[in-house]
Design a protein around this ligand. Structure first.
Ligand code: SF4
Length: 192
C-alpha cells in the first residue's frame, strides 16, 4: 500500500477514539472536545463563538454543549471585564479533575512513552499535514500562539537583565509568556 494512504488509514482509525457514538463517563464526544479545548484555550478563544468554530458546530449547538458542561459543573461563564456584552468561559476545578477521565488519555499515554525526537517528529508531521490542508482549502486550523503570524516579540535589555515581551498584533493586546503555548482559534501560520 502507498505509505501516505496507509498513514491516513491509520489516522482515520485513531479518529474513531476521538469521535464515538453515545457517551463516555456521561459525556458525548463533542462535550469532551469542548472541555478539552477550553482547558487549553487562551483568553481570546474561551468564548461561545470560538468554541463553535473549534468544534465545527453552529452557535446553537455550541450553546447546548456549554449548557451541558455548566449543568455538570465543569465550566462556568463570566462577563468579560473589558466588554460587558461578551462572555468568557472557564473550566472549573471540578472540570479540570474530570479531565483525568478523558477518553483520549490512552492516546496521550501511548505518545508519551515515545522518545522526545519521535514525539517532536510526530507532532510536526501532523502540523505539516494540517498546514498543507489549510493552504489547499484556504482556512486556518487552531494552534498555539508561539507559531502565529500575529505574535510580536520584543526583546529589551538593561545592564541587570534582559526580558522578552509578547504582543498580539491582531487583538492588539499583551500576551504573557505562559500564554504562548495556549490554543487560539484566530491562529494564522506563516505561509511559505
Ligand atoms: S498571536 Fe495569533 S494565536 Fe496568539 S492571540 Fe493573537 S491571533 Fe491568537
Amino acid at each position: 500500500m502507498n505509505l501516505a494512504r496507509e498513514a491516513i488509514e491509520l489516522l482515520g482509525q485513531v479518529a474513531r477514539i476521538l469521535w464515538f457514538e453515545g457517551t463516555k463517563h456521561g459525556m458525548r464526544d463533542r462535550e469532551w472536545m469542548a472541555l478539552r479545548f477550553l482547558s487549553r484555550a487562551n483568553r481570546f478563544s474561551r468564548t461561545p463563538s470560538a468554541l463553535a468554530s473549534y468544534v465545527g458546530a453552529t452557535r446553537g449547538t455550541a450553546s447546548f454543549i456549554i449548557g451541558e458542561l455548566e449543568r455538570l459543573g465543569y465550566v462556568e461563564r463570566k462577563r468579560s471585564a473589558t466588554d460587558k456584552r461578551s462572555v468568557m468561559l472557564s473550566v472549573t476545578q471540578q472540570g479540570k479533575k474530570f479531565l483525568a477521565r478523558d477518553p483520549v488519555n490512552g492516546l496521550v499515554d501511548a505518545i508519551a512513552v515515545l522518545d522526545d525526537d519521535s514525539k517532536i517528529r510526530f507532532r510536526d508531521t501532523l502540523r505539516h499535514v494540517l498546514d498543507q490542508s489549510d493552504a489547499a482549502e484556504q482556512r486556518h486550523h487552531t494552534d498555539v500562539c508561539k507559531r502565529c503570524i500575529f505574535l510580536r516579540e520584543d526583546r529589551t535589555s538593561s545592564e541587570s537583565k534582559s526580558a522578552v515581551e509578547f504582543t498580539c498584533r491582531l487583538f492588539r493586546a499583551p500576551i504573557a509568556e505562559a500564554e504562548i503555548d495556549l490554543l487560539c482559534t484566530s491562529f494564522e501560520h506563516h505561509r511559505q
